[in-house]
Design a binder for this molecule. Structure first.
Ligand SMILES: Nc1ncnc2c1ncn2[C@@H]1O[C@H](COP(=O)(O)OP(=O)(O)O)[C@@H](O)[C@H]1O
Ligand SMILES: O=C(O)C1=C[C@@H](OP(=O)(O)O)[C@@H](O)[C@H](O)C1
Ligand SMILES: [Mg+2]
Length: 171
């Protein structure tokens, strides 16, 4: 089945997805990269041209209508599970994994990776921490619908595989 990595910006979905795909010898797709390729524009350009609502429609269509192959590891964008019926759709179509490090770890990672993320562009460290705190509280409701939740800061790919195997699922 497909495996979907979900969680807040900076939790490591893109990085872990690549590693997991390589470990399991499966194809890998980063949803944001697929969106950028399909639309020949960067995520900030799409936000600027169509607003967040426009981006969310593209995101839903790319997730649900791209015929992503069945055994693919998919790293989603942080907002993907929180709009439309995306979380329900992912749970119906694969195994969902929520990566959940502490808020301060997210802020420490994101402070140097703001430019490509329009929602946090230009924020100071304190503003970023406050923003993460507020948004994560809203988004947790969706992330927690994932089949597997993994806390941990330095999560290894082996720990992710172990958690999947513990579920005793065909994957
Ligand atoms: N376990 C980790 N240890 C150190 N840095 C990490 C870890 N996971 C992610 N990062 C770094 O944090 C930033 C965000 O990671 P990324 O995989 O893009 O997260 P996401 O896709 O969830 O937004 C990147 O610079 C990445 O290299
Ligand atoms: O959390 C969000 O709403 C977003 C997260 C980003 O992906 P990452 O979670 O991979 O940073 C990207 O989809 C876009 O900037 C919006
Ligand atoms: Mg990512």
């Amino acid at each position: 089945m497909k495996i979907f990595l979900v969680g807040y910006m900076g939790c490591g979905k893109s990085r872990m997805g690549k590693k997991l795909a390589s470990k399991l010898e499966r194809p890998f797709i980063d949803l944001d990269e697929l969106i950028q390729t399909k639309h020949q524009a960067t995520i900030p350009e799409i936000f600027a041209a169509r607003g967040e609502n426009g981006f969310r429609e593209i995101e839903r269509d790319t997730l649900q209508k791209s015929a992503i192959a069945n055994n693919t590891i998919v790293s989603t964008g942080g907002g993907a599970p929180c709009f439309f019926d995306n979380m329900e759709w992912m749970n119906k179509n694969g195994l969902t994994i929520f990566i959940d490090p502490p808020e301060k770890v997210l802020a420490d990672r994101l402070i140097n990776a703001k430019a490509e993320r329009p929602l946090i562009k230009g924020k100071s460290y304190d503003e970023l921490l406050a923003f993460i705190h507020e948004k994560l509280a809203e988004r947790r409701f969706f992330y927690e619908q994932a089949k597997i939740a993994l806390k941990g800061v330095d999560l290894t790919v082996e720990e992710v595989v172990e958690a999947i195997e513990k579920e005793n699922l065909e994957y």
